[in-house]
Design a protein around this ligand. Structure first.
Ligand code: NAD
Length: 356
């Protein structure tokens, strides 16, 4: 089992170091190789995703990724910005299915801005299509308008598009994931306004015929955004396109109180995957030793389950995380009165200890 370890920038290096410690004590044999990515790779090699890093990622069974980015790179040309490394990895590895669980641990119910009764026991899974939609559709660019409300004015445009196979494969992923959970899928679209999402709805409905045991519900994205804060527990698996998924998965992550707790996985058709916390590089707290490493440690658990076929080891990590929370250990982002404030390293070491 080969794991490419790409810590990246900011808190990425601090949190990945803790996840690696956890992986090292499981008693499993991994080959782990580390490489630069993002701003760190730009500084060293002049590119956020150097060929050597991409080669390592392609050869590995899984990629454990920290985070990339820093405000100081915001003025670089877009292809050289750290965030482009993630897009490059998704594209080159064909990572089309993004899994973002939003789980509210009972010990952290108080950390959410929603009422405890709305989120206690919350466990939903947002599945976002990752390689299509308006984020990648061509043509795109800037030009002088020849029609519309202001002919002759400068304008910018993007193209929203989905092909049938793209929708079919993500729909299959969602229905299969639902079979392992409570057999309920909500497909989120904007079929009332967008041709692309009327097509999405039609194709998801067609694929659903192969999964009669799974309940399918369609919901417009604006309503989904409301329902997520009104009655989040009514959802189980949510499947949607790239842009709506980007926004809704961040909204869902906040239901749980801390982005520092939420893992994510992006998979291709061969179950090769990139595993990363849902948050960014947090330049505001980088180097201070206070970042919460649990999202990254839980991402490593997802990696063991989905790409490395080690479900027992994944269960062990998840149980260890629950144990440290029950012990009352908290990084500052999830701290509340009566609990014990710890730093990144102490939290990682507590998980290692809890593994027994
Ligand atoms: P962010 O997720 O880095 O930070 C948002 C807030 O959450 C900050 O206050 C931060 O301190 C806090 N936070 C994030 N992770 C935390 C953790 N593990 N523990 C405790 N607190 C945590 O988002 P941002 O500030 O909008 O972006 C910062 C940089 O990260 C930007 O350059 C952005 O482009 C990049 N980014 C990268 C990724 C990625 O690598 N996948 C994702 C999002 C943003």
């Amino acid at each position: 089992m080969k794991i490419a370890v790409l810590p990246g920038d900011g808190i990425g290096t601090e949190i990945v170091a803790e996840a690696v410690k956890v992986l090292n004590v499981l008693g499993l044999k991994f080959e782990m190789e580390q490489a630069l990515v993002g701003g760190a790779a730009y500084e060293a090699h002049g590119h956020p995703l150097p060929d050597s890093t991409l080669k390592l990622a392609k050869e590995a069974d899984a990629v454990l990724f920290g985070a990339v980015g820093d405000w100081k790179y915001d003025k670089l040309d877009r292809p050289l910005r750290p965030e482009q490394a993630i897009l490059g990895l998704r594209k080159n590895l064909g990572l089309f299915a993004n899994f973002r669980p939003a789980i509210c641990y009972e010990q952290l119910v108080g950390a959410s801005s929603l009422k405890p009764e709305l989120i206690a026991g919350l466990d939903i899974l947002i599945i976002r299509e990752l390689t299509g939609d308006i984020y990648f559709g061509q043509p795109r660019g800037r030009r002088v308008a020849t029609d519309g409300h202001f002919p002759g004015a400068e304008e910018a445009f993007d193209t929203m598009r989905y092909s049938k196979p793209e929708i079919e494969r993500i729909a299959h992923v969602a229905f299969q994931a639902a079979r392992k959970r409570s057999k309920k899928v909500t497909s989120v679209d904007k079929a009332n306004v967008l041709e692309t999402f009327q097509f999405w709805k039609d194709v998801v409905t067609e694929v659903h015929a192969q999964y009669p045991d799974v309940e399918l519900q369609h919901m417009y994205v604006d309503n989904a955004a409301m329902q997520l804060v009104k009655a989040p527990k009514a959802f189980d698996v949510v499947v949607t396109g790239n842009m709506f998924g980007d926004i809704l998965s961040d909204e869902a992550s906040m239901l749980t109180g801390s982005i520092g707790m939420l893992p994510s996985a992006s998979l291709n058709t061969k179950n090769q995957g990139l595993y990363e916390p849902s948050h960014g590089s947090a330049p505001d707290i980088a180097g201070k030793g206070v970042a919460n490493p649990l999202a990254t440690i839980l991402s490593a658990a997802m990696m063991l389950r989905f790409s490395l076929n080690q479900p027992d080891a994944a269960d062990r990590i998840e149980a260890a995380v629950k144990k440290v929370l029950t012990q009352g250990l908290r990084t500052p982002d999830i701290y509340s009165e009566g609990t014990t404030r710890v730093g990144t390293r102490e939290m990682g070491e507590a998980v290692v200890k809890a593994l027994g």
